[in-house]
Design a protein around this ligand. Structure first.
Ligand SMILES: [Zn+2]
Length: 288
């Protein structure tokens, strides 16, 4: 960072003064098309998804060798440096970004730089050591991480705890598409609770545990009962409030908790252990 620029390049200025159609999508997959002069080509009004559809979940990649994280230490960059052409964003980081959020390479780089700008001023900065390899790790409480080279001249990695929303979307409080598919009345039933239950989980709990149907008239009771029961098995949240936890209760019911920073935990699945639950009991009874 020997020749830091403090004024925007002509190209950056042009990008900010010429209005172009917003390239993003609404929750339901409708293209936006509002005019915007923002650098990231998001109008900021629509939901801002890069893809029309939510991608299918991928199996988690195996984790690499354990890295050692040192004590916090401020990265030697200023917020302006995030947009400095002497700071590079590697193809690898751009690919990681696009795999998660979609969009083209240019949009990915712009958004990574904008995230970096925010992380330089508000993020947690640490040295990372893995054998002889050194790097910087910058992390946002909202669940976004950038890895920079040891000399802080390259952004070499990107990761997030969110399945598809970008940092800008999370900051703008765009809800995740997993939750917005739910019917309004199902969401209203749990508005005051610190945990979320998707409709499929409520249906199963009502049928298998309470022996009733989950409907508008039984909804309140089902939600009260499942909430009480979930509190008995509630695990400690994972580090950074991101990831999954699985707990089996005394009746052999497996609770899958899903955590995402900035959101309430969700019970994503309810499953019976092998040989437990009403189906197994029925099969057992038929054998006799
Ligand atoms: Zn838009």
């Amino acid at each position: 960072m020997h020749t830091r620029r403090t004024t925007a390049t002509p190209a950056a200025l042009a990008a900010r003064t010429v209005s172009k159609p917003c390239t993003r999508y609404e929750h339901d997959g409708t293209p936006c098309g509002r005019l915007t002069d923002r650098r990231d080509q998001w109008c900021g009004t629509c939901a801002g998804f890069h893809r029309a559809q939510r991608p299918k979940p991928k199996a988690a990649a195996p984790r690499g060798g354990q890295s050692v994280v040192d004590a916090p230490e401020p990265l030697p960059l200023e917020a302006d440096d995030a947009h400095d052409p002497h700071l590079n964003v590697t193809r690898h980081a751009i690919d990681q970004y696009r795999q998660r959020h979609g969009g083209d390479a240019q949009a990915a780089e712009t958004e990574i730089r904008s995230l970096l700008e925010n992380l330089i001023t508000t993020g947690d900065h640490r040295h990372l050591t893995r054998g002889s390899w050194r790097a910087w790790r910058l992390q946002a409480d909202e669940g976004f991480t950038l890895v920079l080279s040891a000399d802080a001249s390259f952004v070499i990695g990107y990761s997030t705890a969110h399945r598809e929303r970008t940092y800008a979307q999370v900051k703008a409080a765009v809800p995740s598409r997993s939750r917005t598919r739910e019917k309004a009345w199902v969401l209203q039933l749990q508005d005051d609770l610190p945990i979320r239950f998707p409709k499929l989980v409520l249906l199963r709990f009502a049928r298998d545990v309470l022996g009733i149907k989950f409907t508008r008239s039984t909804g309140e009771r089902v939600v009260a009962e499942i909430f009480a029961r979930s509190q008995q098995v509630l695990p400690d949240p994972p580090p950074s409030n991101a990831g999954r936890r699985r707990v089996t209760d005394q009746d052999g019911l497996r609770w899958h908790f899903h955590y995402e920073p900035g959101s309430h935990p969700t019970v994503s699945h309810l499953l019976w252990e092998h040989g437990r639950g009403p189906e197994a009991a029925k099969a057992q009874a038929e054998k006799k």
